[in-house]
Design a protein around this ligand. Structure first.
Ligand code: ADP
Ligand code: ZN
Ligand code: ZN
Length: 753
């Protein structure tokens, strides 16, 4: 009888480097025991050697013996991903139709992948010897004697050499001398580069929560969340709280509870730079108890990211705060995920992997049987729908803290203002007067300007009408090249009208205003001494400038702050009593079925900036469409009424959240060729009997050309993403496409440009 050949140990590995399926490799007997799911290994792939992540110790696919290749070596002893994150990566790449490589790339910092080592620093401590010996050794070196005496005062404490030398004013030569004489011991320590450790503190007391007595509503919400946490099961809960209702305190309570049970916490904000106060509050609150709060954001240096990553993966830090990519942070034993401002579009990543941070947060909570807490004053329609069908639970904070009133909102009808003057004004007379009054009263104002749209839709300044597609109910895009209006969803087009279809006026316009122009206008109408400062995307690119401006504003050194969405949310300035919204209906003129939702959310958020102190706030909203329901509902922050109406509209049109929207983009340098392939693809789909999908397009994107590429897209509306993707991907694999044309899928697309 033939002796049975020994079967080698098999493991499944996800290669990082141009191959997008897990592959099965053999592992040598000496290596196998140190492999875990998540280990980073080096493997042969074709003629190359690449890095890969062990994804399973029980591979499904067993290759024939003679084809089997072996893992070369283990890159570093600790696994780079937990088994949980490996599962999350698999889900993200399949749901969002992105390569595993891209997904893992988003999860594992480049520095970790490259096996970069932690930075070290030189530590010194005094070596105590007799006075006699000192006198002998240092008699002729007064500097060394002085340094030695200083170090002696530390009573044997180890200190960072560079830092100490700098603080005490000694050169390193002095210390070197002491080391040579054996009077100072030196050693090496790993450095932790705590990100933005001091920069984040705005240095104010009112951001530090002393222990607050919870309001009744906070108490109830907290109790409900505690029950979720105690169950040890997966729950998603919406914390729906008006602006200033104290949601952060509820998050903190939940975090304390999760930490007390030994768990880790993930706290997501739409953008870290826009949430300095939240970060400060968390730091102040949890830093006190010796918890390290890791701040995770895109400006971390490679070293900082590596350290943050290590501290989490090793369980030294249990709290991470960050923007969407932090959803992949290696928090151990995850018990709670908080998604603040869950409705923010910034949670959707626009490059591969095109995931939605909030939805990944929910899925990750599910994998961990943890609690996911979604907070907002203006929940997304998606979340509202999930609450409605009881997939998510809801806790409500309906009152502002201390019973403060929501600010009074005045709608300013800009159609009337436009009639009074030749050129439609930027600021209405009412708003100008209100601004001057605040200045007289030594109170502060915020002027909010919506992000510039593409300025390519047509609207009537006499009646506020926006030209819409007859089929898709979204604003149509004006194309300068052919003077046609295009629907970028279905591709329908018609000549651009010369007169308004609603009121026959000739006042059809295409332009919006930039922040610079508005700053100039404000300066021109305000008294000379008034200080007007503008915040826009340029300011955000300069490190710390934004923080400086916020600090000045808080300290009353700025009278009017002009800006886009950076100043719309999260900020809490007690002395602001006036908020002006310059163009409330701009989002309505954008080519997006989410236009009303955005307009409503922004208005409520911005209005929430007023009257957060002792004095009541007032809001002036300039609009050409005061009749629009999103504008009307936002006046009194009538969330439920708005959600109800908007949900029923979406239901009728079968838009998200009633179906999923997948966007398929074709991109190429030649316009003809790009359109040709998009058209061919549509024909291919039509002849392929795709089921359960409504297909729209192809259409040119609203911004037809970006960075030299023309883009055409199709939209798939469907109930099941999996079902749709598997059909589309199969057909796509049989559809030959020119190598100069690229295409990609964007699942649950937000961006439609
Ligand atoms: P939201 O996030 O809901 O807009 P915040 O969490 O920023 O509201 O809270 C608004 C303000 O109310 C903050 O200054 C906060 O410190 C304060 N606050 C929160 N809860 C309480 C409480 N129970 N008692 C007193 N003040 C509170
Ligand atoms: Zn009109
Ligand atoms: Zn259309």
């Amino acid at each position: 009888m033939k002796r049975e050949e020994k079967i080698p140990n098999l493991v499944e590995v996800l290669p990082l480097g141009g191959f997008d399926h897990p592959l099965t490799y053999g592992a040598k007997q000496s290596l196998y025991p140190s492999l875990q799911v998540g280990s980073l290994v080096r493997i042969p792939l074709g003629a190359r050697r690449v890095i890969g992540v062990v994804s399973s110790l029980e591979p499904e696919h067993i290759p024939p013996r003679e084809k089997l290749r072996f893992i070369s070596n283990l890159v570093q002893p600790e696994p780079v991903l937990s088994a949980e994150l490996v599962n999350l990566a698999k889900w993200v790449s399949s749901y969002y139709a992105s390569s595993l490589e891209n997904t893992l790339g988003a999860m594992i910092p480049a520095s970790v992948r490259d096996g970069m080592s932690a930075k070290t620093r030189r530590m010194i401590e005094v070596n105590l010897v007799s006075d006699e010996k000192i006198n002998n050794l240092l008699a002729r070196s007064p500097k060394q004697l002085e340094a030695y005496s200083k170090l002696k005062e530390l009573r044997g404490k180890r200190v960072d050499a560079v830092e100490w030398e700098k603080n005490e004013g000694f050169s390193s030569v002095v210390i070197d001398g002491l080391v040579k004489k054996g009077l100072v011991k030196q050693s090496v320590a790993e450095v932790e580069r705590t990100a933005y450790a001091d920069q984040w503190s705005e240095g104010t007391d009112d951001t530090v929560d002393s222990l607050l007595e919870l309001t009744n509503e906070q108490t109830r919400a907290t109790k409900e969340i505690f029950e979720d946490l105690n169950s040890g099961k997966f729950h998603t809960r919406l914390l729906q709280g008006v602006t200033g209702s104290g949601k952060t305190e509820v998050y903190c309570q939940a975090m304390e509870k999760a930490l007390a049970s030994g768990g880790g916490v993930l706290f997501l904000v739409p953008e870290v730079a826009l949430a300095p106060q939240t970060v400060d509050r968390l730091r102040a609150r949890f830093g006190k108890h010796g918890e390290q709060v890791v701040v995770w954001h895109s400006h971390l240096s490679a070293g900082e990211r590596l350290d943050a990553w290590r501290n989490l993966a090793q369980g030294k830090a249990r709290i991470v705060v960050g923007a969407r990519s932090a959803v992949f942070a290696p928090v151990m034993n995850l018990r709670l995920v908080v998604v603040d401002e869950e409705h923010e579009p910034a949670y959707k990543q626009e490059d591969a992997p095109r995931y939605h941070g909030r939805d990944v947060a929910v899925y990750r909570s599910y994998l961990n049987q943890a609690v996911c807490l979604l907070g907002s004053a203006t929940p997304s329609l998606e979340t509202a729908r999930n609450v409605e069908c009881e997939k998510y639970q809801k806790s409500v904070l309906s009152q502002r803290i201390d019973g403060r009133e929501l600010p009074l909102v005045h709608l300013v009808d800009m159609r009337r203002e436009a009639l009074k003057q030749k050129v439609p004004p930027i600021l209405s007379q009412q708003l100008v007067e209100a601004l001057r009054q605040r200045y007289e009263d030594c109170e502060q104002s915020i002027l909010f300007l919506n992000r510039r749209g593409f300025n390519t839709t047509l609207f009537c300044t006499d009646c506020g009408e926006v030209e819409q597609c007859r089929d898709c109910s979204i604003a149509m895009t004006y194309h300068r090249t052919d003077h046609f209006l295009h629907c970028h969803l279905c591709g329908y087009r018609k000549p651009a009208p010369q007169i308004c279809g609603n009121c026959q006026s000739l006042e059809i316009r295409k332009k919006g205003h930039g922040t610079q122009r508005i700053e100039d206008v404000v300066e021109s109408v305000m008294p000379k001494r008034a200080r007007v400062v503008r915040v826009d995307a340029d300011v955000m690119t300069k490190k710390n400038l934004f923080r400086q401006i916020l600090r000045d504003f808080r300290q009353g050194e700025i009278d009017v702050l002009v800006g886009t969405q950076m100043i719309a949310k999260g900020l809490d300035f007690p002395r602001v009593t006036l908020v002006g919204v310059i163009d409330a209906d701009l989002p309505l003129r954008m080519e997006d079925f989410r236009a009303s939702e955005r307009a409503f959310q922004i208005l409520v958020q911005v209005a929430g900036r007023a009257g957060r102190g002792d004095r009541a706030g007032e809001v002036y909203v300039q609009t050409y469409a005061p009749h629009e329901s999103c504008i009307q509902f936002s006046r009194r922050a009538e969330l439920d009424a708005f959600l109800e109406e908007e949900l029923s509209l979406r239901k009728e049109l079968k838009y998200p959240p009633y179906r999923h929207l997948i966007r398929h983009v074709f991109r190429g340098r030649g316009e003809e060729k790009t359109r040709f392939y998009a058209d061919q693809w549509r024909k291919k789909l039509d002849s392929s009997q795709v089921s359960g999908v409504e297909i729209k397009g192809p259409a040119a994107t609203p911004l037809a050309k970006i960075k030299g590429y023309y883009r055409y897209h199709l939209f798939y509306l469907c109930s099941s993403v999996n079902h749709t993707l598997s059909q589309i991907q199969k057909i796509r694999s049989e559809f030959p496409i020119d190598k100069e044309i690229f295409d990609y899928l964007d699942v649950d697309a937000h961006q439609v440009s």
